[in-house]
Unconditional design. Sequence first.
Length: 94
Amino acid sequence: MPPKSCEDIRDALKGTGYCIGNYVLIRNYARQYIMSEPLRIVIADDDSATLKYLQEILTLLGHRVVAAVTDGQQLIDRCRTEQPDLVVTDIKMP
């Protein structure tokens, strides 16, 4: 049964050491919940470690990250060209 909330995932992973801020996931756990149709996703964050982590996890979940950008103007430009299904963005960045 898939988790219903972030809290469910945190509870399932408690004590495993697989935590990065609000992003909590473990590869084997994530593989159980891969979606049947991949989303085309643009991610935006000014922290390169967060970008790398999100790209890895979203790809692992079966999605296609079509762009990973570090500022708001790049985000707007890439969304116009890529027409993503989903945007995952930090709200405080240049």
